[in-house]
Design a protein around this ligand. Structure first.
Ligand SMILES: [Zn+2]
Length: 238
């Protein structure tokens, strides 16, 4: 069975960057789990703080959790929240072990997360680093190790907000045309970052254009782009 694990630094990132791929994978019979390392309560909740500068951080977390939960329900995925805090996120060995255990328990076939670089965000590269390390601890051991050893999952970065500056080079496009309405509904749950809905709908359309040109498949209208980190192994060149 195909299993998709999405590791999101903040509680909204997974929706903008991979909501269509999550919905499509589930429609295709895959099991999906989203892990939000934090709620993005400090760095990505500007509109909530603008609405009421006196609200507590706990209150922002509650709202952000509900929004992400609602989006996950629309996409039909399971979701977990680790509450690691944001801006700055801190990665300890304990937290690395926590994520390693989640990977071992879920046994994903594919992992999606952030890019290694993001000069405009202090937490996204940390999410990449902890994912890389936890993935290796889950599957890299050639001998008995402290962690459950699973088959190595494929893993990809999803598209960052400013791809060129993050050295993002997409090599995989997922056609999300059939699920774009679902992605739109999920994006609209994220009240804290409403302006991003238009931005990511346009991006999906632009990536759809690229996917159409690359493949010659005129049916592709919307797409999400990813960058792979390990070679794909097949038994045929075709
Ligand atoms: Zn983020």
């Amino acid at each position: 069975m195909n299993k998709l694990l999405v590791i999101s630094a903040h509680s909204a990132d997974f929706v903008w960057r991979s909501g269509g791929t999550i919905a499509k994978s589930i429609e295709q019979g895959a099991e999906c789990l989203v892990v939000c390392l934090s709620y993005g309560e400090r760095g990505e909740s500007g509109e909530l703080w603008k609405e009421d500068p006196n609200r507590s951080e706990e209150n922002v977390k509650i709202i952000r959790k509900q929004q992400a939960q609602d989006a996950a329900t629309i996409l039909c995925t399971k979701i977990e929240f680790l509450n690691w805090g944001d801006y700055p996120m801190v990665i300890s060995e304990e937290r690395t072990k926590e994520l390693t255990k989640i990977i071992g328990d879920f046994e994903p076939t594919v992992i999606l997360t952030h890019t290694a670089k993001d000069p405009f965000n202090p937490d996204h590269p940390l999410a990449f680093q902890v994912t890389e390390r936890a993935r290796l601890l889950s599957c890299g051991a050639g001998v008995a190790s402290a962690f459950k050893n699973i088959d190595p999952p494929m893993w990809y970065s999803f598209e960052p907000h400013q791809p060129e500056i993050c050295e993002f080079k997409p090599d995989t496009f997922v056609d999300i045309t059939s699920v774009i309405d679902k992605k739109n509904k999920a994006m609209n749950c994220m009240g804290a970052q409403k302006y991003l809905v238009d931005y990511y709908t346009e991006l999906a359309s632009r990536r759809g254009n690229h996917a159409r040109r690359i493949s010659g498949n005129k049916a592709v209208k919307f797409s999400e782009a990813f960058q792979s980190h390990i070679p794909r192994i097949t038994n045929t060149i075709f």
